[in-house]
Design a protein around this ligand. Structure first.
Ligand code: ADE
Length: 386
């Protein structure tokens, strides 16, 4: 066994026998951190890494690309600059700030957790992995990311991207959707993190020069994430020639990089057909609030019906009299893909003749962009507003 990760590469050079998993992961630390120091992207939540900023950014980055997150993150921080502001925000305003990011439960859990932090922790994120993990919407990945990046706690942050990198390094054909696989790599990385964190003063000094303002565990975790985002990429061939860990990577050695990760096939998505009605009268349009439970809970939508409704049936479906309708025109079809369901939508614009019917909530069209959270699943129909 060797003491510091610096010695890892020397071990690799000296030995003929394959490295054990823990030796391979330890040997990766130095080249990985040096690569990260030179190649890391400057991102808004990286440069000023307070616990609140790290937490919100990590939640936004789940299922969402970095470029898509950037404008949402800036807007969110401007309007809700700290945990107390988040705890007090009205849910409708919060959902409006989140509109377009999807997976709205993430936003609701942020607010729930902010309330707990305000009531129990004096409005601060606690510097404890276990306490962070106990908050709503926070799993081992997010807890590890916040604990390591914001507080320098040596806990790993293993998400799908890190699992991709790991299974390629180890040519590991286990199904990455199994929780045991994630646990295995969390264990391996936790040991490596403790090893780096306890490296001697010489090592710490060199790394401190490399990353003057950030914590070592935080940089270590983000280095794996960054390698997954920039080099060991998900679709297409990974850029192995530019990878600092090329010589350590077993799948590269075998020319099998693209066989990993292995993932059990997903259940096919359910298809739901819908007809969406953009019902207009003068400068107003009809909307309704979705149920408080289930998909897109409590968000607003245009009135819609199951199945594909024929134009001549529209008035009956909408419970409107023929003489109340000025005209009906066809709007473009649209498909929106959620994780488990696909909506296949057709749509009509229905212009009213005699004012707003009782059974619809008619709001000013400009309030669709300024006030009411209407999910991007209805984007084609929101864009059709005249
Ligand atoms: N994806 C998830 N977390 C990230 C981070 N901290 N930086 C860049 N991309 C990420």
């Amino acid at each position: 066994m060797y003491n510091s990760f610096y010695e890892g590469l020397k071990v690799l050079e000296r030995r003929d026998t394959p490295l054990e998993a823990d030796e391979r992961i330890k040997a990766a630390a130095k080249p990985l951190l040096l690569w990260y120091g030179k190649n890391r992207r400057i991102l808004p939540w990286r440069e000023e890494n307070t616990p609140y900023r790290v937490w919100v950014s990590e939640i936004m980055l789940q299922q969402t690309r970095v470029e898509a997150v950037k404008p949402y993150f800036s807007r969110f921080m401007e309007e809700l600059p700290d945990i107390r502001a988040l705890a007090c925000v009205e849910e409708e305003r919060l959902l409006k700030l989140w509109e377009g990011l999807g997976y709205y439960t993430r936003a609701r859990n942020l607010k729930k957790a902010a309330k707990i932090l305000t009531d129990k922790y004096d409005g601060e994120m606690p510097a404890s992995y276990k306490d962070i993990l106990s908050l709503p919407g926070i799993g081992s990945y997010t807890a590890g990311a916040v604990a390591s990046i914001a507080f320098g706690i040596p806990e790993p942050a293993v998400d799908g991207n890190v699992l991709r990198v790991m299974t390629r390094i180890f040519a590991d054909s286990e199904d990455i959707t199994r929780p045991a696989v994630k646990k295995k790599y969390e264990g391996l990385l936790r040991t490596a993190l403790l090893d780096i964190s306890s490296a001697g003063p010489e090592t710490s000094e060199i790394l401190q020069k490399q990353f003057p303002v950030h914590t070592l565990p935080g940089n270590y975790n983000q280095a794996w994430i960054e390698l997954g985002a920039l080099i060991c990429i998900p679709s297409g061939r990974p850029l192995c020639e530019e990878c600092p860990l090329e010589s350590l990577c077993l799948s590269k050695k075998e020319g099998r990089q693209e066989e990993f990760p292995v993932r059990a096939p997903k259940k096919p998505r359910r298809i739901e057909e819908k007809t969406v009605f953009v019902i207009e009268w003068k400068d107003r349009v009809a909307i309704r609030k979705r149920s408080a439970r289930g998909l897109l809970a409590s968000l607003y939508e245009f009135p819609n019906a199951e199945g594909h409704v024929e134009k001549k049936e529209a008035a009956t479906v909408l419970k409107l009299a023929e003489e109340d309708i000025e005209d009906i025109t066809v709007l473009p079809d649209s498909v929106h893909v959620f994780s488990h369901v696909e909506w296949h939508m057709t749509g009509y614009r229905v212009r009213l003749r005699n004012g707003c019917p009782e059974n619809y909530k008619m709001v000013k069209k400009e309030e669709i962009s300024s006030k009411y959270p209407v999910p991007s699943a209805f984007g084609v129909y929101t864009n059709a507003l005249m």
